[in-house]
Design a protein around this ligand. Structure first.
Ligand code: NIG
Ligand code: FE
Length: 349
């Protein structure tokens, strides 16, 4: 097996107990055995036994090496685009108004339903490759633009296929409760029943790593989300939630009661919500792209998250409406400039 020694680099280990910011090691060495990182540390401390086992030595050209980046919230399998809505928002329409008028997520549902699996695969592959070019090694991909069993399955299969076709780890999330599809307009509870039927089928097919929902007055109520969460946990699946994005609906407390992996967006998070998340170990996923593209003015309560030691993550939320973006590095930048995270918090996130 090949054993590579990499030198002429700095390494940001981000180790929690490191004595330096970023866990930074100046003049570092890494030993890579097969596809495993076998040793990392200051070059002068490389054990002689490891040095002797190295079959090749690589010059990293003075690069800064970080852990692989994780984009933990994307909706990157979709058809069409929503450029027209961007123009409407510039003219003063809000995301919520556009959604209530039948645009928003519903318009992407229409375009996604009309697209073939091959078309979805081709456009999503471009987005995945853009993320990978910036160092992303793990990407979460949600469904939620199909909203029938067959169409959600198609999108989740495309997502799984992207992980097989690219050197990236893909985690799939079933987001059946993203929007009420047109055929159930005015009958949200009946649609929730349909989602409850889809979930065990898609899970049995190995297509679901986690279950998400959109808890908002233009989407699903806490009571409706709770039904889906109870079913997910009953199947042993972890949950996460689009929570407190446009209003405070207590989604964070609900998600915490179901030991959610994360609550995402959180511009309207309350102190009680932050406390619940901290107690449950639920991560706050910050999405500066959606904040920026929707021209929001209310910031997520970063000070509150720090005060209650809620772990923070940063993600692209890559989607055609609220965050048409495939640059996680730009999101790290915006997490600092818009949300005032420190660069170290942003990279760790
Ligand atoms: O994370 N808020 C709900 N879901 C997405 C938006 C999806 C869309 O607008 O197509 C979000 O912002
Ligand atoms: Fe999202």
């Amino acid at each position: 097996m090949s054993v590579q020694l990499w030198t002429h680099c700095r390494v940001a280990t981000l180790a929690a107990d490191a004595p330096t910011p970023y866990g930074l090691i100046e003049d570092a060495a890494l030993v890579v055995e097969g596809d495993t990182l076998a040793w990392v540390g200051p070059r002068v401390e490389l054990p002689a036994a490891w040095r002797a086992r190295c079959t090749t030595e690589q010059d990293a050209g003075g690069a800064l090496i970080t852990p692989g980046l994780i984009d933990c919230h994307t909706h990157l399998v979709y058809g069409g685009n929503r450029a027209h809505e961007f123009e409407l928002r510039l003219q003063g329409a809000s995301y919520e108004e556009i959604a209530r008028a039948g645009g928003g997520i519903a318009s992407t549902v229409k375009a996604t339903r009309a697209a073939s699996a091959a078309e979805l695969e081709a456009s999503a592959a471009r987005r995945v490759r853009a993320l990978m070019a910036e160092g992303v090694t793990t990407v979460e991909i949600k469904s939620g633009y199909g909203l029938t069993l067959e169409r959600e399955r198609k999108c989740l299969q495309v997502a799984r296929g992207l992980g097989q076709a690219h050197a990236v780890d893909v985690r799939t999330t079933f987001l059946g409760v993203h929007a009420v599809p047109p055929e159930y307009a005015g009958n949200t509870d009946a649609y929730v029943e349909v989602v409850l039927q889809m979930l065990p089928v898609l899970h049995a097919e190995g297509l679901v790593d986690a279950v998400d929902g959109f808890c908002e007055r233009i989407a699903f109520s806490p009571a409706q989300i709770e039904r889906v969460f109870a079913a997910a946990r009953g199947l042993g699946l972890p949950v996460k939630l689009h929570a407190e994005q446009l209003s405070n609906s207590g989604g964070a407390q609900l998600a915490a009661r179901y030991q959610a992996l994360s609550c995402d967006h959180l511009e309207w998070l309350s102190e009680d919500g932050a406390r619940s998340m901290a107690a449950a170990g639920t991560v706050a996923v910050l999405l500066p792209g959606a904040f920026y593209f929707l021209r929001e003015t209310r910031l997520p309560p970063i000070a509150l998250l720090r005060q209650h030691a809620v772990p923070m993550a940063v993600s692209t939320d890559s989607n055609p409406g609220s965050s048409p973006c495939t640059s996680l590095l730009l999101m790290l930048n915006m997490a600092c400039t818009l949300f005032r995270l420190t660069p170290e918090e942003a990279l760790a996130g």
